[in-house]
Design a binder for this molecule. Structure first.
Ligand code: SF4
Length: 374
């Protein structure tokens, strides 16, 4: 799997640069900043996001609404609204996707990098048969492809994503599909041209748990069959647990923790990640208790709190210093590839696995920053 060794002596002011790359990334995002001008000031939707995506690697980007995860994904495909100002680099091969003209990015979009959108019903055209929409995704990049081959490919794709009776289903309209089938059709469309990178934005939102599991299994199958690297965006850590290799946790437009799935689930090193984990339903948790939640709301991205942006909600915050005074940088914690932006990341990460004291403290802290739902 893709690994980077970071230089831990990198100055605090900049994100750590990889020293040794054992597997060249297919995508490198460097210091991505996306801003919107609003009546109330500049809204920083992404604020210095940097990460690499390795070949055949699956990254899960996790965070609450407004954390910057979708904006980060949209930047990769230059799908941001025209009012957005994006700086930094999104390197795909030699090219910085942020600097490409519309015809150049259009040649990449859907061919080399494809996206599965959040709302399949809105993304599919209700007036066209599903099979025709998938054909179009193929022919737009292969205008000379023989019709017979395109038709065969459509049926193959529908079969690959687990649509039963592809021949009949290809002739149906989106409203004749269930929610899960529509999402599968979107995945079929996205992988129609064997993209190197597949971005799935909340692919399981609004689906029941059984269908969620089926869609995740389809993504897993696609990865095995096509070798695509993937970015899966979700607010639910549970969704990426079984699919991703690495997880990036985002808060207020920044990555606050990144590491392998094992790192993040077994040695979470940022209190926000602890809060997200504590709010997951668990079979070994005492019944009859409401699920914990992280109290408060994510901050306005026009007016992000000083120092650590999580400090108003963090039960571990030491105030005023360092938490509301110094902005913690994303730096290695226990291992070189496990990064956290918390002044006390080592303390959090070194809590004994299985010792639920940290969970309990997060959930039941006297400060009430992360508390059980009333
Ligand atoms: Fe909490 Fe302070 Fe760490 Fe921020 S830096 S997450 S406020 S302990």
């Amino acid at each position: 799997m893709f690994r980077i060794v970071y230089d831990v002596t990198t100055p605090m002011s900049s994100p750590p640069e990889p020293l040794v790359e054992l597997n060249a990334p297919v995508l490198s995002v460097r210091d991505l900043r996306v801003q919107f001008r609003t009546d109330r000031g500049t809204l920083k939707a992404a604020d210095g996001v940097s990460f690499d995506l390795g070949k055949n690697e699956v990254i899960g980007i996790v965070g609450e609404s407004g954390s910057g995860k979708t904006v980060t994904a949209l930047s990769v495909l230059a799908l941001l609204p025209t009012t957005a100002k994006a700086t930094g680099e999104v390197l795909y091969g030699e090219r910085n996707l942020l600097g490409l003209k519309e015809p150049e990015i259009r040649a990449i979009r859907g061919k080399d990098i494809a996206m599965v959108f959040q709302d399949a019903l809105a993304a599919l055209n209700p007036l066209h048969r599903v099979g025709n929409q998938i054909s179009e995704a193929i022919t737009v990049h292969n205008p000379k492809a023989p019709r017979k081959e395109v038709k065969a490919r459509v049926l193959e794709l529908l079969g690959l994503v687990g649509i039963p009776n592809p021949k009949e289903r290809a002739n149906e309209y989106p409203h004749e599909y269930s929610g899960g089938m529509r999402q599968r059709a979107m995945i079929a469309m996205a992988i129609a041209n064997d993209p190197q990178i597949l971005i799935a934005d909340e692919p399981t939102t609004a689906l029941d748990v059984t269908t969620q599991a089926q869609v995740l299994e389809v993504l897993q199958r696609v990865r095995e069959r096509t070798g695509s690297a993937m970015i899966i965006i979700t607010h639910d850590l549970g969704v990426v647990a079984g699919v991703a290799d690495r997880i990036l946790v985002m808060y207020a437009g920044r990555i606050v923790e990144s590491g392998t799935v094992d790192d993040v689930f077994h040695r979470p090193s940022h209190p926000y990640t602890l809060g997200l984990l504590a709010s997951l339903p668990r079979l070994d948790r005492e019944g009859g208790r409401r699920l914990p939640r992280i109290a408060g709301q994510p901050p306005s991205l026009v007016d992000v709190p000083s120092g650590c942006s999580f400090h108003p909600r963090c039960p571990f915050a030491k105030l005023p210093e360092p938490c509301s005074a110094d902005d913690p940088q994303l730096l290695p914690t226990v291992t070189a590839n496990h990064l956290s932006a918390c002044h006390f990341s080592d303390e959090v990460a070194r809590a004994e696995p299985g010792d639920r004291a940290w969970d309990v403290e997060v959930v039941e802290s006297g400060g009430g920053s992360v508390t059980p739902a009333p």
